[in-house]
Design a protein around this ligand. Structure first.
Ligand SMILES: Nc1ncnc2c1ncn2[C@@H]1O[C@H](COP(=O)(O)OP(=O)(O)OP(=O)(O)O)[C@@H](O)[C@H]1O
Ligand SMILES: [Mg+2]
Length: 291
């Protein structure tokens, strides 16, 4: 059987909705009959356990520190998705060996149609390794100017570490005077994969420890997550994303210097001439492209 496609959900900016997207896409894909694993690689600020109201003993941390097997730490939810959550204790973080991230992903890939990697904000090695390992990267951003600017860097970073950027998902759309998602995607020179509205059902679901796609499946946000999941299934059934060797082609040793990589992303910053804002404090801004 063909190996699954590994998709990293990335976004250098914190709080834009990476984990929300990873979990809800995972569940939406599972409900469509796909075999899906969601792996949490936000190792310092883990929170999938809160999103899903689970209390695992074995986690990504115990796996990456060599005290648990991958299968011990995979938790099947009622919705059919498998979750490998990170642990929340700070002492667990110290024991982690990030060099074992690649074997974890490689171990799971043959058993699933989609392996979704939830990544951390920023450009630390724990973020960069998953980008390197993914067959493709989906970048999540809010439609705000500051976030879009950081998203430009995230895309540059993903391309620099050999990830294929499949496109951008704008999250929390429909507030203020943000430019249309299509225009922002064009500015980022990437495909628009989805535009998830700002929807109070999302935090409500999170408070109940459930993804919005099961808590309020007909909500605007859930509807868009289902639609994105459908388009992922469609795009992967007709393409050859499962090329053997696509994962870890250069091996973990290729990732020699995360700081250099981060510098390269910084250098790719479009700067203030490319994207300007007249932000006023409550959301409104002018979006201007010079090029
Ligand atoms: N579409 C949405 N509508 C309303 N609230 C949302 C939406 N998406 C996410 N949120 C809320 O935004 C907050 C941040 O979301 P989330 O934790 O998924 O972001 P993140 O990018 O993973 O953050 P971090 O960088 O800290 O890991 C959460 O409280 C979540 O409930
Ligand atoms: Mg997160």
């Amino acid at each position: 059987m063909a190996e699954g496609v590994v998709i990293a959900i990335a976004g250098a900016k914190g709080g834009v909705g990476k984990t929300t997207t990873a979990v809800n896409l995972g569940v939406a894909l599972a409900q469509a009959g796909e075999r899906v694993a969601v792996l949490e690689f936000d190792l310092a600020m883990a929170n999938i356990v809160d999103f899903l109201d689970i209390e695992p003993t074995q986690t990504m941390h115990t796996v990456l520190s060599g005290t648990a097997s991958v299968t011990d730490a995979v938790h099947r939810l009622d919705s059919g998705v498998d979750i490998l959550p990170a642990g929340t204790a700070l002492e667990d973080f110290n024991a982690v060996n990030v060099a074992t991230i690649a074997p974890v992903v490689r171990t799971l890939k043959p058993s699933y149609d989609f392996v979704i990697l939830d990544t951390a904000a920023g450009v630390s090695p724990e973020t960069i390794y998953p980008l390197r390992l993914a067959d493709e990267v989906l970048v999540v951003s809010t439609p705000r100017v500051a976030a879009v600017r950081d998203t430009k860097k995230t895309i540059a970073l993903a391309e620099r570490v050999n990830g294929t950027v499949a496109g951008v998902i704008f999250n929390r759309c429909g507030t203020g005077h943000a430019p249309p998602p299509e225009r922002l995607a064009a500015f980022l020179e990437t495909d628009l994969v989805g535009a998830v509205p700002n929807d109070s059902a999302v935090p409500e679901a999170q408070d109940r420890g459930e993804p919005v796609v099961t808590y309020r499946p007909k909500s605007d946000a859930a509807t868009e997550f289902f639609s994105i999941a459908d388009s992922l299934i469609f795009s992967h059934q007709s393409t050859d994303a499962n090329t053997p060797g696509a994962i870890g082609t250069g091996g973990i040793g290729d990732l020699t210097n995360a700081e250099q990589i981060a510098d390269a992303a910084e250098a790719a910053d479009p700067g203030d001439t490319a994207l300007k804002t007249d932000d006023d404090p409550d959301d409104g801004f002018q979006f201007v492209t010079d090029s």
